[in-house]
Design a protein around this ligand. Structure first.
Ligand SMILES: NC(=O)c1ccc[n+]([C@@H]2O[C@H](COP(=O)([O-])OP(=O)(O)OC[C@H]3O[C@@H](n4cnc5c(N)ncnc54)[C@H](OP(=O)(O)O)[C@@H]3O)[C@@H](O)[C@H]2O)c1
Length: 291
């Protein structure tokens, strides 16, 4: 299988390079090889690679910054994704694309299922939803995988930020009224490889659908920080203080309920990601091992 991967240096992209390796030839691009903001760059990269599968792990992911530069977010997350989808269709290739819990407004009190109506609260969510819609409208073979609260041993993420803050500050104040599933990029990559390696699933060119793909279980940002503190040997009761969202001003509004139901992924592909606690321990141990 020939697989084109975008965003090879991102959190998910780096993990995908590892997980996809057994499946065939991986042609992995960073921004200089395939720039999602430049249509010609996308077309040239896809046509020269001639892949059977395109995996888009690139994206404009700076959620707060997007409020100040909506055009830049839209160019990458919507327009660039549309060009990728057109190229996938032209090549008869499957497009696997990552989307987000932030397509929802979080007002519902149960986990969101794929059929629930999106209603993003912020510019980033609007741009990601536009990307999803472009893929569906262009109607290439596709799997849109919505995930949440991604972290890894490298990159910009809550896990690494919290480790740094706990080392620097006596007390950290963390939002406790937004709930979701912290999801390890390594698990997303393994599950994505599992989708491609599933012999019982429909042929690549026939696949179409949105799937929620997050760690099992859920917690608040405060619960996530508490678990990180424990792994770091820090007492969370005295050092990690819960606060409401209103006490932590951010440029972008975020949903209070980011929980995504993963039942469709389990039903159709037999895939479930490990619990967020188990994977956090794995990621923490990997980091400790690398020191
Ligand atoms: N992080 C989360 O919590 C989260 C949650 C839900 C969904 N997702 C989605 O999952 C996907 C991957 O997320 P991630 O956390 O792995 O992201 P990440 O670590 O921020 O990596 C994103 C990658 O996209 C690349 N990129 C940015 N603009 C680009 C452009 N114009 N052309 C080509 N590449 C570009 C970046 O390259 P540079 O290194 O050059 O900037 C970076 O390698 C994204 O679609 C994101 O929306 C993420």
């Amino acid at each position: 299988m020939k697989i084109l991967l975008t965003g090879k240096n991102g959190q998910i992209g780096q993990e995908l390079q590892r997980s996809l390796a057994p499946l065939g030839e991986i042609i992995a691009y960073d921004r200089s090889g395939l720039n999602l903001a430049v249509a010609d760059s996308i077309v040239a990269a896809v046509r020269s690679a001639g892949p059977e599968v395109l995996i888009n792990a690139a994206g404009y992911t700076a959620v707060d910054q997007a409020e100040r530069e909506p055009e830049a977010a839209h160019a990458v997350n919507a327009l660039g994704v549309a060009v990728l989808a057109e190229e996938a269709k032209r090549a008869g290739a499957l497009l696997i694309h990552y989307s987000t819990d932030y397509v929802f407004d979080g007002l519902q009190d149960r986990p969101y299922v794929e059929e629930d109506a999106p209603n993003p609260l912020n510019v980033y969510g609007v741009s990601k939803l536009a990307g999803e819609r472009a893929i569906r409208q262009i109607d290439c073979a596709h799997l849109i995988l919505r995930t949440s609260w991604v972290y890894a041993e490298r990159g910009r993420n809550f896990f690494l930020t919290m480790r740094r803050l706990l080392a620097q500050k006596q007390e950290v104040r963390i939002v406790s009224d937004q709930i979701g599933a912290p999801t390890f990029a390594g698990d997303l990559a393994a599950a994505t490889a599992g989708l491609l390696g599933d012999p019982g699933a429909p042929a690549l060119g026939e696949r179409r659908g949105v799937y929620h793909m997050t760690a099992s279980g859920g917690t608040s940002w405060h619960g996530f920080a508490t678990a990180i503190a424990r792994l770091e040997g820090v007492d969370p009761l005295t050092r990690v203080v819960p606060i409401p969202s209103e006490a932590y001003a951010t440029a972008a509004r975020r949903p209070k309920n980011s929980r995504l139901s993963n039942k469709k992924l389990l039903r159709e592909f037999g895939i479930a990601l490990p619990s967020w606690e188990a994977s956090l321990a794995v990621c923490h141990a990997r980091l400790a091992g690398a020191r």
